[in-house]
Ligand binder design. Structure first.
Ligand code: 13P
Length: 294
């Protein structure tokens, strides 16, 4: 009981503090020239290969995905693959010639531009090997590598400066879900991760809602749960950044998406795509997900 009260108090406190900070960022962006229309959000299916494949199997997977998705119309669905860093170049060469115009994404990025940061990879480096997207703030990075919201906020800015589109991953843990705090946790993460960004900058990001309890567990959120969180995220975007931004930002769902679950998820009005882990390592499954039926 004590634990629940503590979590609720922290959430309330942070929500108040961060709502204020986010409002300031809107005010800072008020004078920037924003000319936004309401394009229909292009569905976006991305595969996060995580720490899987070696060079040979990465090339084989990219080649097969490219072949199996050749009938996908890039005007109707955008597809991306995010291989491990060492294979970005070769996988990029393959997908850059794909009939469905598959995009290349990185799985992470560091916020400094260059220097003595052993093992880190910068946004300009990713850009130089052809990355158009980068995942940021994946729950595995947050948990295993202790990446903080402050660092994630920096990376979002850096990646955008380099001309790469961030796919900002957010989502609650099992415990937070069981306490009914999924919407609060997601909007809280957004408050911190998007701090200081103008509405124009925010309009150009992709958000991936990935409930931690659904990642790699086979326990996909039901379409009803996923839609309700996506709706809450869009509502928050509308409140902080306005209607145009809220209508433009694509929100992917991630967490045990499979060929069997994708169609129903994609029928939800606020689900604009999927961020796929395990199933993206099987070309046939990933291609079927990219060919979802709405
Ligand atoms: P799974 O699809 O394996 O659950 O992974 C989801 C994920 O973490 C994508 O980033």
């Amino acid at each position: 009981m004590m634990k629940i009260i503590c979590i609720l108090l922290v959430v309330a406190f942070l929500a108040i503090t961060n709502a204020f900070q986010s409002t300031s960022s809107v005010n800072r962006g008020r004078h920037s020239s924003i000319s936004m229309i309401h394009p229909k959000r292009l569905p976006f299916i991305a595969g996060n290969w995580k720490m899987n494949t070696d060079l040979k199997s990465a090339i084989a997977l990219a080649t097969e995905v490219s072949e199996l998705t050749k009938t996908c119309d890039p005007k109707k669905v955008e597809i991306a693959v995010c291989p491990p860093f060492p294979f970005l170049g070769q996988v990029g060469d393959i997908v850059s010639n794909s009939p469905s115009q598959i995009k290349l994404g990185a799985q992470n990025c560091f916020y400094e531009l260059k220097g003595a940061y052993t093992g880190a990879v910068s946004a300009p480096m990713l850009k130089s090997v052809g990355c158009q997207y980068s995942l940021i703030g994946h729950s595995e990075r947050r948990k295993i590598f202790s990446e903080t919201d402050g660092a994630i906020n920096h990376v979002v800015e850096r990646v955008q400066e380099a001309g790469i589109i961030p796919i900002l991953c957010i989502g609650e843990t099992k415990e937070e879900y069981e306490l009914g705090l999924n919407e609060e946790i997601c909007t809280l993460q957004l408050c911190k991760d998007l701090k200081g960004l103008t509405p124009e900058q925010v309009s150009k990001i992709v958000i991936a809602y990935e409930p931690v309890w659904a990642i790699g567990t086979g326990l996909s959120a039901t379409p009803e749960i996923a839609q309700s969180v996506h709706f809450a995220i869009r509502k928050w975007l509308r409140r902080i950044y306005g209607d145009d931004v809220a209508e433009m930002v694509r929100i992917q769902y991630g967490g045990s998406v499979t060929p069997e679950t994708v169609d129903e998820l994609m029928r939800c009005p606020d689900i604009d795509g999927a961020l796929v882990g395990g199933a993206s390592l099987v070309a046939k499954s990933f291609a079927r997900i990219a060919m979802f039926n709405r």
